[in-house]
Design a protein around this ligand. Structure first.
Ligand code: NI
Length: 271
């Protein structure tokens, strides 16, 4: 049975909110202030650039429902490539998919990742539900920590598998908040921890996009040889500004996304 795009997005939200203790209460906070309506600006997915599980594979179910690739980005310091997809229905979230350039990691990390991806069943990747299917491989605590010492991103995908890394509230669609600073203050006043890497607000009106995000809370994740408390997913907030033609900018800002990626970093300094 094929899911509609709305059913697919709903299922992804269910998976995501189960790993993100802050997600449902923050969603409810904004729903209560906005007649129940909270629109997503984008959702983000993470993967490795190995053939079986590339960005292109994760994008398939979205392309099948009318999404189109729009633009791509490089993040050299984090060894990532990313592309975003947009649907003609502007009420549907953009889909931002990144992939780790595995060959740029040290050999011992590459070996771990290749052994993980070798365990992914081919038929799983073909399924529409692949993008929220979770972790399809064995992983020890030591392998997780080895990856984490070289790439926070690699360790996140290793631990959680294929699932949304974040959802993003569109501030433009909120009647309760027109600026990102008052929104951040509401979140801080309600006790939520925000990512301060690169400042509370990433970007500016000058680059047409302002973003902030919660810090991913630690959750218990089972490994082959026990449980570790590690960062789960985070919730993001985006305010888009008009271009000279009056249309809202719909792209992303690489320098800002580079800092947003750190919202799942267990090694981040305390804030
Ligand atoms: Ni994002």
């Amino acid at each position: 049975m094929k899911l509609t795009i709305q059913q697919l997005l709903d299922a992804m939200w269910q998976d995501y909110s189960a790993l993100t203790p802050d997600a449902d209460p923050i969603h409810q906070l904004f729903a209560d202030l906005n007649q129940g309506v909270v629109v997503n600006d984008h959702i983000a997915l993470r993967t490795f650039n190995l053939d079986k599980v590339t960005l292109d594979k994760l994008a398939r179910p979205f392309l099948a429902t009318g999404y189109q690739p729009i633009d791509d980005y490089q993040f050299p310091a984090k060894k990532l490539y990313a592309r975003y997809y947009q649907h003609p229905d502007e009420t549907l979230p953009k889909v931002f998919i990144s992939e780790l350039k595995v060959a740029e990691l040290p050999d011992h990390c590459q070996q771990i990742i290749h052994s993980m991806v070798a365990q992914v069943p081919e038929q799983l990747v073909e399924q529409q539900t692949f993008c929220y299917s979770g972790r399809p491989w064995q992983l020890s605590k030591e392998q997780y920590q080895t990856l984490a010492s070289q790439s926070e991103y690699a360790s996140w995908v290793a631990a959680h598998g294929f699932r949304p890394n974040h959802f993003t509230v569109s501030i433009n669609h909120l009647s309760s908040h027109q600026d990102i600073h008052s929104l951040n203050q509401l979140l801080l006043d309600n006790g939520y921890a925000l990512n301060t890497s690169g400042g509370l607000v990433k970007g500016s009106p000058a680059v047409l996009l302002e973003q902030s995000s919660t810090l991913a809370k630690n959750i218990d994740v089972k490994f082959d040889d026990g449980v570790l408390s590690i960062p789960g997913c985070y919730y993001e907030f985006a305010l888009r500004h008009p271009m000279p033609d009056g249309q809202l900018y719909q792209g992303f800002v690489a320098a800002s996304a580079d800092k947003i990626f750190e919202s799942t970093d267990a090694r981040r300094p305390a804030s």
